[in-house]
Design a protein around this ligand. Sequence first.
Ligand SMILES: [Zn+2]
Ligand SMILES: [Zn+2]
Length: 176
Amino acid sequence: MQGGITGQELSSKKAEYLKYIHMQGDVVKTTEIAAHFSVAPSTVTKALTEIAKAGYIEHTPYHGVRLTSRGTEYARFLIRRHRIVALVLSRHGLEPEEACREARKIEQCFSKDLTDRMCTSLGHPMMSVCGGDRARSPLLRVFWRVPRVTAKRLCRLCGKNLDRYQIRSEIDEVAG
Ligand SMILES: [Zn+2]
Ligand SMILES: [Zn+2]
């Protein structure tokens, strides 16, 4: 599916649900999602049914929903896009909290292709300003970073082979 992602497959609300399910790890109850986003369970159920129909999640009767492999791949892309957009905003004067919040409002507009090109132009950053939606401790949220050592030296954000690229760390800039 990697090549087929455009970034516009899901509405921003559905994308947030997908990221949340990914963050929870396994089966997530509909009521839990509804509570987290402060929306009616019926609203969530309707959205989840559509997301399931598109093949990103599957229902487990009486338990909730879980990601399919397609959903997992897409959720990873969504989280990477969020981190790239937040990092860009932080470079324009926003504090980490603000950058994270504002990124959520606009990230939906960024295509996969644009996200990848921004990753390249940022020098395939090793870290972003937030933990996307995964890290729970404030420290991890601010200092989220991609593991430095990867066997194939692929960028963890856009998947580009880094052998041809100068790897530049964002640590000083972001932490400063
Ligand atoms: Zn964030
Ligand atoms: Zn990259």
